[in-house]
Structures are given as structure tokens and as C-alpha cells.
Design a protein around this ligand. Structure first.
Ligand code: FAD
Length: 481
């Protein structure tokens, strides 16, 4: 298992780097931003999961849109393939090279350009780290409309390029709604300035949406403008236990109805996920140490009236205990306890990497049948692996993760294509929020029709005729390289 490079052929139309290329890049970027150092290259060639490894010999660190434009113009004319890289936290092998593609890191393009306190519109460069933007906005009394476990490393440009969902989508919607403008550089170096800061702008095709979620296959995002909500004064977190999946679903319906506009997150994890976190992450503690539960739900509310918000949540808990929707529940008494509850949910990915090999599937499935897949998978795999179910229940997004001592082709054969066929049969999506990357490029037809994929390929041909941008990713390999 590991790299999928064996399944893909290097596109013979791509050139290989020579000394003249290096001299050209040094001429525009300076020596220190043209990186050939082996250790730095190993890190940039390896993805977060240590599952995909490229063999690029060159990492470029441009400092401005203009430099990105010069790099791409040159690479396009030489037919040198490139991979745009943000924080390298992607989970589908999209952010690292498959072969020897030149890595273009956005890390040094990381300035905040402007913030308008009246409208809440932030304009910044693509390499800004999500957590740094959150801290900046916190001082201004605002929050980012998205939050995810990788916030300490992922960049806003990477978030936009993957159309990251995360923990606040339930409340603030997807980046297709929150991103108001984008500046992007096309494969031939053309800078597309669509950096508007308007809520409403119906002047023809809204091309920025092409760059939201296209995983670096159509252009390099260099700047974004984003609508940010005000930071509200009261936040409450409850951690609840449910006896079965049906109760989790009913609780979701109740929470939507009874908490209404203050509901800001509804996450779930099963007991297998909980045990994994407790076993592998130091400092984690089961909020219900004396009893065993099958499912756990984390509910967060954010609102503007401390006492009424808390009262709403408390009465939901009370009623849910009375009618046995939950078997136990605890309301965080302070910010530390709230963080410790969040750690149980957000720490699952980290705990999984410590437990051994992990097969990750990020699926949209109608909520009522989501957990059937986990149960069927457990029957298929028996003792060979541990099957975990957790995710953004409020968004119909299941993370099916399978933990095994090491990668094993026999286990993989039990999982795929079954997982994709099952998802497709139930009108789901094989990628809810992580994207397709290298891992799922060939699985696109489980979620999109042939005609749709053909139009996508035509757009790719128009914007990147030599297919130098992130080859072998997103589109099926027969169409992308
Ligand atoms: P990278 O990983 O560097 O790149 C991702 C893709 O975008 C690649 O295809 C890359 O080529 C492209 N790209 C990056 N920057 C640019 C740019 N400026 N222009 C063009 N293309 C670019 N994802 C979610 O959606 N929701 C979650 O809740 C979530 N939780 C996570 C938790 C953990 C612990 C981890 C490790 C990951 C999680 N992810 C989640 C996945 C990942 O963090 C997101 O996909 C994130 O948006 C990637 O950002 P990045 O800067 O790390 O991009």
C-alpha cells in the first residue's frame, strides 16, 4: 500500500528539471527560496498521514503573486509539472508530488491585507495559517467561519482549494458562501483578479467558485476575501452519551428544533473512536468513567445571551434524559472543560496515526443510514481491523476510519470498492470534504456522471492545456495527465 504512484504512469510529456531551470528560479526568487536541501524536500514530499511520498527535487517559495506568476509562466513554457502546497495537512494525497513535480509552497505569501470591522470582511494572502487568522480576528471581536483540527498548520489557501468543511459548517455554511473573492494565478501565469469584497455581484459567471474545491488543479490561489461572523459572547459545550445510533439522530432533530439559531456544532463519535483516543492521547479522560456507552455526541452552542443560551441547552439535556434520548450528559463548566470535550472529538485523527495504519473515508451519506455502513464494514473485516465511525453528524458527513496494525492488501480488498459502491448506491458522495486528490481521482464516477466529468475535463483543458497543475489528481488519471 502506501504511495499510489505505482498505479499511475508519469506523463512522458513533462520535462525533467535541469540546471538552467534552477538558475532561472534562483534569478527570480533568490537562492534561499529555491530549496534543494534533502531534509526539507523529504518533509515536503511526504503527506500528513505518511502514506503518500513523492520524489520532487525542488521546492520553491515565492513571496508574491508576481513571483507565482513568473514561476508558472516558465513551468508552462517548459512543460514542468507543479504541485501547489499549503500546510500539507490534506488527507487524500493531493498536496505532495506523485513523481518529480516541482513543489510550490505558499507559506511565504502570508500577509493580512485588510479587515473591515463594519462588514466583517477579511482580505488576506493564501499562505496565512488558519489559526493565525482566528487569533487576529479574535482581537477584533470576530471569528473565522470555519474551524478544523488541522488549524495550527493548514492555510486559508489550502482550505479554499479543498473547500474545507470542518466543525462550523453546520452554522456558517460552506466556503462557497463565505468566500467573497479570490485572486488566482493560471497555469500560463495570467493573474485572475476576482478579489471582490461584495456580498452581491451578479455580473456574469462567478468564476471564483471554480477555484473553491479544485485542489490546485486549475490555478494557484494567492489571495482571498472572506466574510467573518462576529464573535458572540456566550459559548456552551455539552458532551452526551447515547445508547444507540437512532437516539443520536433523534437528538440531532431535537437540537435543531430546540436550540435553533444558537446551535453551532453537532459532532458524534462511537465507542470505538472514544476508546482509541483514550488509549493513545495523553491527558484525555472519559467524561463518564463509570459506565459504558455506545455513542457520544458533542453539542456546541454560540449565542449572545449567556443565561438564555445556557437555559436552552440545559432544558434540552433534561428533556433528552427524561425521554431517554441520552443516557448521560455533562455540560462544560469552564473553557478548559469545553476544550477537553473538543479534544476527544478533534484528537481522533491524531490517535489513529499513533495506532498504526489507517484507511480513511470521508463520506456524505443520508443521516438515517450512515451508521449501517459502519456495521456492514465490521462484519466484512471481522477481527482484522478496528472500524471507527465519527464525524459531522449535523452535516450528514461520516468519517469511516479503519485502523489496522499495518497496511495490508487483503484488508484493502475488503474495503474498496465496496465502500464506494455502497455510498453511491445510497446517493452519497465519496468525498464530503477532503477532496479527491490522488487517492480518489479514479473514484469520481461514483459521485459524478460521465457528462459532468467531461465538462470538468474541458474546463481543465481550457485553463491548463498542458496539465502541469497538480497532475494525476482530482480528475481520473486517464483525463488528468
Ligand atoms: P494542503 O494539504 O497543502 O493542500 C491541499 C490541496 O490543496 C492540495 O491539492 C494542494 O495542491 C491544494 N492547495 C493548497 N494550497 C493551495 C493554493 N494556495 N492554491 C491552489 N491549490 C492549493 N478537512 C476538512 O474539510 N474538515 C475537517 O474537519 C478536517 N479536519 C482535519 C483534521 C486533521 C487533524 C487533519 C490533519 C486534516 C483535516 N482536514 C479536514 C483536511 C485538511 O486539513 C484540509 O483539507 C485543509 O483545508 C488543507 O489545507 P492545507 O493548507 O494543509 O492544504
Amino acid at each position: 500500500y502506501g504511495s499510489l504512484a505505482g498505479l499511475v504512469q508519469r506523463n512522458p510529456a513533462f520535462s525533467t528539471l535541469n540546471n538552467e531551470d534552477i538558475r532561472y528560479f534562483e534569478g527570480i526568487l533568490g537562492d534561499k527560496n529555491v530549496i534543494q536541501d534533502e531534509e526539507k524536500l523529504i518533509a515536503a514530499n511526504t503527506d500528513w498521514l505518511h502514506k503518500y511520498k513523492g520524489s520532487s527535487k525542488l521546492l520553491l517559495q515565492p513571496r508574491s503573486t508576481q513571483e507565482v506568476s513568473q514561476i508558472l509562466k516558465y513551468c508552462n513554457s517548459r512543460c514542468l509539472a507543479v504541485v501547489p502546497q499549503g500546510g500539507n495537512t490534506g488527507l487524500v494525497g493531493g498536496s505532495v508530488p506523485v513523481f518529480d513535480e516541482v513543489i510550490i509552497s505558499l507559506s511565504s505569501i502570508n500577509n493580512i491585507i485588510s479587515f473591515d470591522k463594519v462588514s466583517g470582511i477579511l482580505v488576506c494572502e493564501a499562505g496565512c495559517i488558519l489559526e493565525n487568522l482566528t487569533t487576529f480576528l479574535d482581537n477584533e471581536g470576530f471569528i473565522m467561519p470555519l474551524d478544523l483540527g488541522a488549524k495550527g498548520s493548514c492555510q486559508i489557501g489550502g482550505n479554499v482549494s479543498t473547500n474545507a468543511g470542518g466543525l462550523r459548517l453546520l452554522r456558517y455554511g460552506s466556503l462557497h458562501g463565505n468566500i467573497l473573492g479570490i485572486e488566482a494565478v493560471l497555469a500560463d501565469g495570467t493573474v485572475l483578479n476576482m478579489l471582490k469584497t461584495l456580498r452581491k455581484d451578479n455580473t456574469g459567471y462567478d468564476l471564483k467558485h471554480l477555484f473553491i474545491g479544485s485542489e490546485g488543479s486549475l490555478g494557484i490561489v494567492t489571495k482571498v476575501s472572506i466574510l467573518t461572523p462576529p464573535k458572540l459572547s456566550s459559548m456552551n459545550v455539552a458532551f452526551l452519551a447515547c445508547k444507540d445510533y437512532a437516539s443520536c439522530q433523534k437528538l440531532l432533530q431535537e437540537a435543531k428544533r430546540k436550540l435553533g439559531e444558537i446551535l453551532s456544532a453537532f459532532e458524534f463519535l462511537d465507542s470505538q473512536s472514544m476508546n482509541l483516543v483514550l488509549n493513545h492521547l495523553e491527558g484525555t479522560r472519559n467524561p463518564f468513567p463509570t459506565s459504558i456507552h455506545n455513542f457520544y455526541v458533542l453539542i456546541e452552542t454560540t449565542g449572545s445571551d449567556e443565561s438564555s443560551d445556557q437555559q436552552k441547552l440545559e432544558s434540552l439535556l433534561l428533556r433528552s434524559l427524561e425521554n431517554e434520548l441520552i443516557s448521560d450528559g455533562v455540560l462544560a463548566q469552564d473553557i478548559n472543560q469545553a476544550s477537553s470535550f473538543w479534544r476527544l472529538r478533534e484528537g481522533i485523527s491524531e490517535a489513529l496515526t499513533r495506532a498504526g495504519a489507517v484507511y480513511k473515508y470521508d463520506l456524505s451519506i443520508p443521516v438515517e443510514m450512515m451508521y449501517n455502513l459502519i456495521e456492514e464494514m465490521r462484519v466484512r473485516l471481522g477481527d482484522a481491523a478496528t472500524v471507527l465511525g465519527f464525524g459531522h453528524l449535523g452535516d450528514g458527513n461520516l468519517h469511516l476510519n479503519i485502523s489496522a496494525p499495518q497496511y495490508d492488501d487483503k484488508i484493502l480488498a475488503q474495503i474498496e470498492p465496496f465502500v464506494y459502491e455502497w455510498t453511491s448506491k445510497h446517493n452519497g458522495s465519496v468525498s464530503a470534504e477532503h477532496g479527491l486528490g490522488l487517492m480518489k481521482a479514479n473514484e469520481i464516477f461514483y459521485s459524478k456522471t460521465r457528462e459532468t466529468v467531461q465538462v470538468m475535463a474541458s474546463i481543465k483543458n481550457l485553463l491548463d492545456p498542458h496539465h502541469i497543475l497538480n497532475p494525476y489528481k482530482v480528475l481520473p488519471h486517464s483525463l488528468s495527465s
